[in-house]
Design a binder for this molecule. Structure first.
Ligand code: PEP
Length: 246
């Protein structure tokens, strides 16, 4: 899977223009699932634009309640009704700036699954944590408190994204070896918590400054099942080049 996270970029008009240019560039890409996560207000325009194509639309966040007095929040059912098939949960920017915790990640993931969305659950260590040699400790903690708190059946329906925080938006990509080691570690966490079978089956995306010139090396790693792309997904040509690297 190649998934694009647009963060807080692109109006509805930008979204329509993006897909008009992007869809013809990826129409032959049958080797991977292609997903784009626009901001909430651009989701209807994106869903309309990708109708009949090989691209699916994702939310970037949700709240776990079905409805209620939760100003500013959007539910899983609302995303599904708007035409989303996926939702990103626990992105490091949500954790850093909006107080998301491993517990809220688990609640949001369950809510997404209950409404038929496929959650892309993000985990990843900060630079200081890596430099202190605590990467595995942090990943293990995020795994156990978040996706590890699901039932095996729920876990079988999610994707994971390994996104080292020091690589997001910095231009500093994890080497294929570093990414592969972290993915292997997450698979071991899944195996310990659930089973070898579920661990082997889960798709784990890598995210952190993925660009057309580094995608090939990353995807050559057997442990990497795809990429979650931020900045480079905003540009039709770079995102298409990433999708079409095969
Ligand atoms: C992201 O936002 O998930 C991301 C990986 O961003 P970037 O590709 O810009 O580092």
């Amino acid at each position: 899977m190649i998934a694009g996270n647009w963060k807080m970029y692109k109006t509805q008009a930008d979204t329509r223009a993006f897909f008009a240019a992007f869809l013809p560039l990826v129409s032959d890409a049958l080797h991977c699932d292609i997903v784009v996560a626009p901001p909430f207000t651009s989701i209807p325009a994106a869903v309309e634009a990708v109708k009949g194509s090989n691209v699916a639309i994702s939310g970037q966040n949700l709240f776990w309640q079905k409805e209620g007095a939760f100003t500013g929040e959007v539910s899983a059912g609302m995303l599904a009704e708007a035409g989303c098939q996926f939702v990103i949960i626990g992105h490091s920017e949500r954790r850093q700036y909006f107080g998301e915790t491993d517990g809220s990640v688990a609640q949001k993931t369950r809510a997404a699954l209950a409404d038929g969305l496929v959650p892309i659950v993000c985990v990843g260590e900060m630079l200081a944590e890596r430099e202190e040699g605590r990467t595995q400790e942090v990943l293990s903690q995020q795994f156990i408190g978040g996706p590890g708190a699901l039932t095996p059946e729920e876990f079988s329906r999610i994707l994971l994204a390994y996104e080292p925080v020091w690589a997001i938006g910095t231009g500093r990509t994890a080497t294929p070896e570093i990414a592969s080691a972290a993915h292997g570690f997450l698979r071991r966490c899944a195996s310990d918590q659930f089973s070898d079978e579920l661990a082997a089956g889960i798709r784990i995306l890598y995210g952190g400054s993925v660009k057309p010139d580094n995608i090939q090396g990353l995807m050559a790693q057997q442990e990497l099942d795809g990429a979650l792309v931020g900045g480079a997904s905003l540009d039709t040509k770079s995102f298409a080049a990433i999708v079409n690297c095969n």
